[in-house]
Design a protein around this ligand. Structure first.
Ligand SMILES: Nc1nc2c(c(=O)[nH]1)N[C@H]1C(S)=C(S)[C@@H](COP(=O)(O)O)O[C@H]1N2
Ligand SMILES: [Mo]
Length: 326
């Protein structure tokens, strides 16, 4: 495990008897100072200053192993796998706050037991609990590049199963043209903002065309870095579509519905002037407020640093997906 080599354990592995809240606080503060040095954090301009952590550190997610799919290994030596601790402490999960430092708040997510409803225009609608998911779909590991619309990037080893396997299991009807994904939302638990650039259209929703969902790359993750998904990464089940910006990857899914019309999404409703439903990573289509020509790759190494890199069309996955958009 990565933790072993680094000789440092993730904060959520330390029991309260082993670590004072101050130690967690200072560890987190160092990380935040690294982040503050970063130039642009567009969607979360106002970083809260770190406050003392009141709750107990996270329990560590259960280990999870799966064979690595050789088609999706990290073949680009200039983009090594991002340090796990950095990835786990720099998140977007607006249900738990508008900064990148929501990992602690996200521990309030009740991710086990869990149910995800698969319904709508399908032959075999079904509600899966976690054991059903693990039994129904053989897991594999895939190393994927990840690109947020805010122009930061990382490389992540996901564990999960292809979305295609779910299509095979539930058999969409010919009338199904789109899929709508809905994230967990409970205003007593998800205390994120009710106003962002406007009234926030909770719950978080995303969508794909059936053809996008059937693409070889489209993936459901249940794990990351050799264990189940930590809550801040969207436990217990999230979407991963590496040729699209990170916002497509809805976390903590409770519902997957097959529909005949293009569904409204969270971001398309909140900021319709930004990217459209089928938007893909594209260096030549700037955001209204910044260029997408380059990106800031997190790392390499254990310290929070950035490396400027060119943005690749479809995030480097054109051979898989370009034909979808001709
Ligand atoms: N439910 C939900 N899913 C979400 C988000 C969110 O705010 N809520 N943010 C998205 C964005 S903008 C990004 S970049 C990724 C971040 O995933 P990570 O924190 O696991 O790296 O989650 C995506 N999925
Ligand atoms: Mo993002």
């Amino acid at each position: 495990m990565l933790w072993f080599f680094l000789r440092v354990r993730p904060p959520w592995q330390l029991s309260t008897s082993q670590v004072t809240p101050e130690a967690v606080f200072w560890g987190r503060r160092r990380l935040l100072q690294g982040l503050m040095g970063a130039s642009m954090v567009p969607l979360s301009a106002c970083h809260q200053s770190p406050t003392a952590i009141k709750t107990a550190p996270n329990p560590q997610p259960l280990p999870l192993s799966a064979p690595r799919n050789p088609a999706f290994t990290s073949v680009d030596p200039s983009r090594p796998i991002t340090n796990e601790i950095l990835a786990a402490h720099y998140n977007n999960f607006y249900e738990f706050g508008r900064t990148k430092s929501i990992w602690q708040a996200a521990q309030a997510l009740p991710s086990d037991p869990w149910q995800v409803e698969v319904s709508g225009l399908v032959k075999h609608p079904r509600t899966y609990d976690l054991d059903d998911l693990y039994k129904a779909f053989p897991l594999e590991e895939r190393i994927y590049r990840f690109r947020c619309v805010e122009a930061w990037a990382m490389v992540v080893p996901w564990i999960g199963f292809p979305m295609r396997s779910l299509l095979t299991a539930v058999e969409p009807l010919p009338t199904a043209k789109f899929v709508r994904f809905t994230s967990f939302y409970d205003p007593k638990i998800t205390l994120g903002p009710s106003w962002l650039f406007g009234e926030v259209p909770w719950p978080y929703r995303e969508g794909l065309t059936i053809a996008e969902m059937a693409n070889e790359l489209a993936f459901f993750a249940v794990g990351i870095y050799g264990h189940r998904l930590p809550k801040q990464h969207g436990a217990p089940l999230r979407m991963v579509t590496p040729w699209k910006y990170g916002f497509k990857g809805a976390k903590s899914l409770v519902k997957i519905e097959f529909v005949d019309r293009q569904p409204a999404t969270f971001w398309n409703t909140l900021v319709p002037e930004e990217y459209g439903f089928e938007a893909n990573v594209n260096p030549s289509q700037p955001h209204p407020r910044w260029s997408q020509a380059t990106e800031r790759l997190i790392g390499p190494g254990e310290k929070f640093t950035w490396e400027q890199r060119p943005t690749l069309p479809y995030n480097g996955y054109g051979e898989y997906v370009a034909s979808l958009y001709r």
